[in-house]
Design a protein around this ligand. Structure first.
Ligand SMILES: NC(=O)c1ccc[n+]([C@@H]2O[C@H](COP(=O)([O-])OP(=O)(O)OC[C@H]3O[C@@H](n4cnc5c(N)ncnc54)[C@H](OP(=O)(O)O)[C@@H]3O)[C@@H](O)[C@H]2O)c1
Length: 206
């Protein structure tokens, strides 16, 4: 069982929070709007609690379920409240037209989050290559990137608890390519596949 705190009260917290609870984990919802957080926690049901914006989250794993542009500001705002936590960046830094990345070359949102986080925290990139609708219903592979083996092991245990397969893509610099893969998904949805009801996964021979 993992203890998960979500910062953000939108679609991804609702979807991942639902799966997390179904997998036997505890869920804390933290929002900048306390009423929204309380409403979502009550909608998620038994096992979901609310936390205080800016205070130490209850969860060992803290999922930043906010837009990419808010990820670094939120981590800076929390500061030492995130000491020792596994911080999970799920963001997709798309530009306005969804045809390119909004990050500078040679970095990623996840790496910028790591720079802003307390030294004792560990950042993992995960879930960004999965459309919310697929995460709600399907069994997509979950690609993860991070520098700390123990943090990735903890994330993998959480991902397995919700019935999904974690696949480690390497250290945190690989988040650049996971963010690029998020863009690839948009291109496929708009062109070759033509809808958002698919996932990117790994098939092995034999
Ligand atoms: N939806 C998907 O299919 C999907 C798939 C993969 C990855 N992602 C990524 O997941 C993240 C969340 O997406 P979403 O679809 O859940 O977005 P969403 O429904 O728009 O929710 C975003 C949440 O972030 C909160 N927020 C924004 N800035 C904040 C700040 N500075 N401090 C605290 N809270 C803040 C918003 O709070 P208020 O309600 O108070 O405005 C809202 O609750 C994004 O980075 C997105 O790229 C989404």
């Amino acid at each position: 069982m993992s203890s998960i705190s979500f910062i953000g009260t939108g679609a991804m917290t609702r979807i991942l929070g639902t799966r997390a609870l179904a997998g036997g984990n505890t869920v804390e919802v933290i929002g900048r709007d306390a009423a929204k957080a309380a409403a979502l926690a009550s909608e998620l049901g038994a096992g979901a609690t609310t936390g205080t914006n800016g205070s130490v989250p209850a969860g060992d794993i803290v999922i930043l379920a906010v837009p990419y542009a808010s990820a670094v500001p939120v981590v800076s705002q929390y500061g030492d409240a995130l000491a020792g936590k596994v911080i999970v960046d799920i963001s997709n830094p798309f530009n306005a037209s969804g045809t390119g990345l909004a990050t500078a070359d040679g970095t990623s949102v996840a790496e910028e989050v790591a720079k802003a986080a307390p030294a004792s925290a560990h950042v993992v990139k995960a879930f960004n290559t999965i459309f919310g609708g697929v995460l709600a219903q399907g069994r997509p592979d979950v690609f993860i990137a991070g520098d700390d083996a123990q943090a990735k092991a903890g994330m993998s245990a959480f991902i397995e608890s919700i019935g999904l397969r974690p696949l480690d893509v390497g250290d945190l610099t690989m988040a650049r390519w996971l963010e690029g893969a998020g863009l690839l998904m948009i291109g496929l949805a708009r062109h070759g596949v033509g809808n958002y009801d698919f996932s990117l996964g790994i098939n092995t021979l034999g």
